[in-house]
Ligand binder design. Structure first.
Ligand code: ADP
Length: 792
């Protein structure tokens, strides 16, 4: 029964079926095959060549497919292909041809099935217009397709094939759902159902297609169902426009927007988008937290509503400058007010965002809460101000303390000197000499400590200028040579001829310390040399202090510049007295001057300390061109600033001296000392005493005046001297004494052109100075006669 049934089916099948041998000859065919080949009965085909009646290219392709099937080593299944077959009327038909290997006793047998036409031919009458339509259809730049009423592809153009990335054979006869993204099926099916039910609404939507390579594309699809005049659905015409690029851009935009949004939300600082009118459009969590308002409240307000009234203009100014393209980003500080009334200091940056046409759209504001920072800064400023105040107070205190300390020390010095002058008992004289030495040491120590604190406190400001270094070196040579001789050393000095650029007083402090050390750390019989060397073609001058002393171990050469650091003497070797502060001072002063101090040394053989200073810039005129006359000085009178006259030791004698000092002890001790030297002394406590004496003619013109620089009521010794000079109409020689340590005051004092001695003045210094002045007086003005001859 099965065989009978199969035979019936074989005969009834609308599909043309041919069985072929491996050479392509027809072994069997059904009725539909006979129809297709236009023969009366299937038998007429038996034994004929299947491929022969076919068009050349069709025949070749089908034969190739058959060969491939026959020679396949694996079971490849039937080969199914839709083909366009030229028709006798010049048109064409679409035919699907399936070739399959037949499972039977003879493996060489294949079956060929030819389907009915996939779609019917157009009526001949329409052919011309249809050809034109086909042309337009095929060449259209956008995708075009005809589908049957069930939604199966019937015809597609090249643009659509390119867009979908499928060969035509993949599509024709298949449902459009086969290349549609599954998420878009429902919409397609719904539209098809509605259209078949009579709905004439076109399909107009974006949908996704699956390309052959597995990628997904987006297309904007418009479809209409064409109908016969009676309304029966005929076919679907569709247009497809690739919108993938736009979707990609949109997706990228969405991604970047979401990233922006994440960053916006997660930002630790406040961020907001504001309208051009300042209204908050969007705010992030941090902004809500900083301003202590929730999102809903903030977005109902504008920036001025939350900012400090005095800073409204800041935001308005930002908007104005951004809108006029004055700046790209506005940054500034602005205060905000929280609902509880507390202020907040913010650093705001505002930028302008434009729309796609470049028109201003909104403002983006970034707010950083810098309240704490500002408070810290204010605290810091206050702390700095307090520290500066403290420093100032310390400097003032030191200046005052030094002034006040110097007065009793001065008096003590002078009293002791007077006492030793009157004492005849050698034992007591010896004790007094020791007391004097102790006092000297005390004065030196006090000066050193004060110098250090002034250097530390910044109370000393260098007054750098061009000056001739020759007189300074000569003066130092004259001062130190006798000292060196006293302790059995030879000091050789080669004064350079150079104009250097430095602060002479400060440079002298360095040199004094270095020379003093060289003398101190060189054994009896040794030599010390003070010389100079020009460097860099004369741009700089290196002053060298070379000694043949004990030298400094290499590991100590840096340390000796630290305060209180001293090299321990070898066992059995006697140590030198000292505090270990001298090089500390040298170091500080050198830093202040920007001068370099270097040390080179060999233990047991000696050391070289060098200080390098810049020479005067070529072409510049030195402040003081003339060389100061040499001055012989024995004591350490650092602040003697005027040109000194040659010493006249015969200058002792009965002079009339005027002393002006507000310190009773100093006045008294000075008077005693000077009287002890045989002079007549008129002492005054201040300017008013002196004035009174002058007005009442109680005072005759003095030979020399000694005035304290700082007098009561803010007056100065310079004024006292000027007063006396004016009264007597004579340039009375005068000497200023001062306990001031502030460099500015010292400069003020020496600026008056009067010689200055710094308290505590040692009696021998004073005697020397007086002798100098009298000597000068003798040379310049013979009219001055000492009131009596010299007294020893
Ligand atoms: P002081 O001389 O009061 O000890 P300084 O600061 O001037 O203080 O010097 C520090 C140390 O450096 C000295 O104690 C000494 O050991 C060493 N020193 C300084 N100058 C020399 C020198 N010319 N020769 C050898 N040693 C020196």
């Amino acid at each position: 029964m099965a065989a009978v049934t199969l035979d019936r089916l074989w005969e009834m099948s609308p599909q043309a079926v041919f069985l072929l041998d491996d050479a392509g000859r027809i072994l069997a065919a059904n009725a539909a095959a006979a129809d297709a080949r236009e023969v009366d009965a299937p038998d007429a085909l038996i034994g004929t060549d299947y491929f022969e009646p076919l068009a050349g290219n069709i025949a070749a392709r089908r034969r190739a497919r058959m060969e491939a099937l026959l020679h396949a080593t694996t079971d490849v299944g039937p080969s199914r292909v839709a083909e366009r077959i030229p028709a006798t009327d010049g048109g064409s038909r679409l035919v699907r041809c399936t070739i399959a290997a037949v499972d039977g006793p003879d493996p060489a047998v294949v079956a060929v099935f030819e389907d009915e036409e996939v779609f019917p031919e157009a009526a001949p009458a329409d052919r011309r217009s249809e050809n034109r339509f086909r042309n337009a259809f095929d060449r259209a730049p956008q995708g075009m397709a005809l589908l049957d009423t069930e939604g199966r592809w019937r015809r597609v153009n090249r643009a659509l094939l390119d867009m979908l990335g499928h060969p035509e054979t993949d599509l024709i006869g298949r449902s459009l759902l086969s290349v549609t993204h599954v998420d878009d099926w429902a919409r397609d099916i719904a539209w098809l159902d509605a259209a078949l039910a009579g709905d004439t609404t076109p399909f107009d939507a974006e949908k996704r297609f699956l390309r052959a390579d597995g990628t997904v594309i987006w297309a904007h699809v418009t479809r209409v169902m064409t109908r016969d005049p009676d309304g029966t659905p005929r076919e679907i015409i569709g247009q497809f426009i690739d919108t993938s690029r736009r979707h990609e851009v949109e997706a990228a935009l969405r991604a970047s927007e979401s990233r922006f949004r994440e960053a916006f939300e997660a930002a630790p600082h406040g961020m907001a988008m504001c309208g051009l009118d300042g209204r908050f459009i969007e705010v992030n969590t941090a902004l809500c937290r900083i301003l202590n308002r929730d999102e809903a409240t903030l977005t109902s307000l504008d920036v001025t509503a939350v900012s400090h009234p005095e800073d409204h203009n800041v935001y308005l100014e930002a908007a104005r400058r951004l809108l006029t393209d004055d700046v790209r980003v506005f940054a500034g500080e602005m205060r905000f007010v929280r609902p509880d009334g507390t202020d907040l200091r913010g650093h705001v940056s505002v930028a302008l965002a434009r729309d796609g046409h470049g028109r201003p759209h909104h403002l983006i504001m970034h707010l950083q809460d810098i309240t704490r920072q500002v408070e810290a800064e204010v605290g810091l400023h206050e702390a700095v101000a307090t520290a500066e105040q403290a420093l100032l107070a310390k400097t003032r205190f030191l200046a005052a303390a030094s002034h006040d300390l110097r007065q009793p020390l001065q008096a003590l010095n002078l009293f002791v000197s007077v006492l030793s002058g009157r004492e005849t008992d050698p034992a007591k004289k010896d004790i007094l000499a020791k007391v004097e030495r102790s006092l000297e040491g005390l004065a030196d120590l006090m000066n050193t400590l004060l110098d250090i604190s002034k250097l530390e406190g910044g109370a000393i400001l260098p007054d750098q200028r061009a000056f001739d270094i020759h007189p300074m070196i000569r003066r130092l040579a004259e001062e130190f040579t006798p000292m060196a001789a006293d302790i059995g050393l030879t000091l050789r000095v080669v004064p350079p001829t150079a104009t250097v650029f430095s602060d002479p007083a400060l440079l002298e402090i360095i040199l004094r310390n270095l020379i003093g050390n060289a003398l101190k750390y060189t054994h009896h019989g040794g030599r010390v040399l003070l010389g100079a060397r020009r460097l860099e073609g004369g741009q700089r001058l290196r002053l060298d202090i070379i000694d043949t002393g004990e030298g400094i171990p290499v590991d100590q050469r840096q340390l000796i510049f630290e305060d209180f650091h001293r090299v321990m003497p070898e066992p059995g070797v006697e140590g030198r007295s000292g505090l270990g502060l001298g090089l500390g001072i040298v170091n500080r002063v050198a830093r202040l001057l920007g001068a370099a101090v270097a040390v080179d040394s060999t233990v047991g053989r000696g050391s070289r300390f060098s200080v390098t200073v810049p020479c005067q810039v070529p072409g510049a005129v030195p402040e003081s061109g003339k060389r100061a006359p040499a001055r012989r000085a024995q004591g350490a009178s650092q602040e003697v600033g005027s040109d000194a006259a040659p010493v006249d030791r015969a200058g002792r004698g009965l002079l009339h001296l005027v002393v002006v000092d507000d310190e009773a002890a100093v006045r008294e001790s000075l008077t005693l000392l000077l009287e002890g030297w045989g002079h007549r002394v008129s002492a005054f406590a201040g300017l008013s005493d002196l004035t009174e004496a002058l007005l009442t003619d109680a005072l005759t013109c003095p030979d020399v005046m000694l005035a304290d620089f700082r007098l009561p009521s803010g007056r100065t010794g310079v004024e006292a001297v000027a007063l006396a000079r004016g009264h007597f109409r004579r340039a009375v020689p005068a000497l200023l004494l001062t306990g001031d340590t502030e460099s500015q005051r010292l400069r003020d004092a020496s600026r008056g052109g009067l010689p200055v001695l710094r308290k505590p003045v040692r009696p021998d210094q004073l005697r020397l100075k007086l002798a100098e002045m009298i000597g000068a007086l003798h040379r310049s003005d013979g009219s001055v006669t000492p009131e009596s001859g010299p007294r020893s």
